[in-house]
Design a binder for this molecule. Structure first.
Ligand code: A4P
Ligand code: MG
Length: 395
């Protein structure tokens, strides 16, 4: 008879969502079992004595015909094949798959303890597990009660529900990390997503102050899915490579600090290198968010090779509103944006009478579905206008 096993998955090297979704795919591809339930994708502070980056964590219920030992061997093989290097105990890893429970069996062998001996102390296990098996009993305690007894502060749902798996699988197939050589000789990283068919144009996706993070990659992937070669240059790489930040309060000071160390001429050189690459798709548009929204406007004013530009809630645009764009520009703002007063938006309108400026009933960051300020109605409306604009300008 098949049993239901609960697995805990974690990753804090590389793209955590992609790593966990790949592990799930391997479980099915290798016929380890069928995934019958999957938690949300969580971001969790590192637990344990080792100082290391935050983890992505999720839990899955797997219907399996394998014995506990065969299951352990199978998950260890997946970890090994995914390049997990055995180093420090509790240290950083591409993928970690723990067997949390196997039916209601208990096993106390040296290399296989089930239920997992430390699971009842760990919020990063219990919070995702409670989403799919709150009533499951671990010994005398339910998962729900165990969760109520641990400190779950700092845990955050990054993508609610189980759809993130499909999204991450598509994404991991679509985009890739590459290097861009800038005209001043400096090399920076970039994320490139290419469409399946003939491209409709090229886009340079300009990041917020949080790096080329999961959200910016998802934006690039969406534009690629819509037919554009999308290049997101890592504009923080000159200061510090591979900065990827989240939207919690913890990451904000580092985001502001890194952004404050960038220099406009260097950032423009980075964008120029991205434009050159995006030309493989045809004419090139810029699209940016937050800091990148300002850069999209600035790029349209100062760089050649830009056919059009779209800026979302660029807080710096009012300060450069008298510059002349060399290409058509479209701007989106939020009326509830605490960083950008509506007087700034008015100033831009007056200085740029030919630029369409749209104001939505939404807050700063409304396009980002990983922020609290996400506003689907505003994001959808702005995207529709943006897509029409690109379709008209880049053809
Ligand atoms: N082993 C025994 N029982 C089990 C079981 N139920 N499931 C043996 C899986 N393995 C089990 O594990 C070491 C050995 O434990 C295995 O060879 C197996 O025979 P490992 O996964 O290879 O090594 P490890 O992961 O470094 O040690 P351990 O103790 O399993 O660490 P944990 O508990 O997995 O902790 N913070 C957050 N926020 N999120 C995390 O996912 N993960 C860890 C790793 C630390 N901090 C974390 C997270
Ligand atoms: Mg482990």
């Amino acid at each position: 008879m098949p049993e239901i096993a609960a697995l805990g998955l974690g990753s804090n090297i590389g793209d955590g969502a992609a790593n966990i979704s790949r592990a799930l795919r391997e479980l099915e591809a290798r016929r380890v079992g069928r995934i019958v339930a999957l938690s949300s994708l969580w971001r969790t502070p590192p637990w344990g004595p080792v100082a290391q980056p935050a983890f992505f964590n999720a839990c899955a219920l797997v219907e399996t015909a394998l014995s506990p030992r065969a299951l352990l061997e199978a998950v260890k093989a997946i970890e090994a094949d995914m390049g997990r290097v055995m180093n420090e105990r509790w240290g950083p890893r591409v993928i970690d798959i723990d067997i949390l429970a196997y039916g209601d069996e208990t096993l106390g062998e040296p290399d296989l303890t089930v239920p997992h001996p430390r699971m009842m102390e760990r919020a990063f296990v219990l919070a995702p597990l409670a989403e799919i098996a709150a009533d499951a009993m671990i010994g005398a305690t339910s998962v729900r009660d165990a969760l109520a007894n641990v400190d779950a502060s700092g845990l955050q749902i990054i993508e609610k529900g189980d759809a993130w798996r499909r999204r991450a699988e598509g994404e991991s197939r679509m985009g890739e990390h590459i290097e861009l050589k800038c005209r001043d000789g400096v090399t920076i990283g970039a994320y490139v997503a290419r469409p399946a068919g003939a491209p409709k144009g090229g886009l340079v996706v300009l990041q917020e102050i949080f790096g080329v993070n999961h959200h910016i990659r998802a934006v690039a992937d969406r534009f690629a899915a819509a037919g554009y070669v999308a290049v997101a240059p890592a504009l923080f790489d000159r200061i510090e490579r591979n900065v990827e930040l989240g939207y919690g309060l913890d990451d904000r000071p580092r985001a502001m600090d890194t952004r404050s160390k960038t220099k406009v001429p260097e950032t423009l050189a980075d964008i120029e290198a991205a434009i050159d690459l995006a030309k493989e798709g045809g004419k090139v548009g810029l699209v940016g968010y937050c800091w990148g929204g300002t850069l999209a406007f600035l790029g349209a004013c100062r760089l050649s090779g830009v056919t059009c530009a779209v800026g979302y809630y660029g807080g710096g645009i009012a300060g450069i509103a008298s510059e002349r764009p060399r290409a058509p520009v479209m701007l989106h703002f939020g009326a509830l944006d605490k960083h950008i007063p509506l007087t700034d938006v008015e100033k831009i309108r007056l200085a740029q009478p030919t630029v369409p400026v749209f104001v939505y009933d939404a807050d700063h960051g409304f396009n980002c579905d990983e922020r609290e300020s996400y506003d689907k109605a505003a994001a959808d409306a702005a995207l529709e206008r943006t897509m029409e604009f690109f379709a008209a300008e880049l053809k």
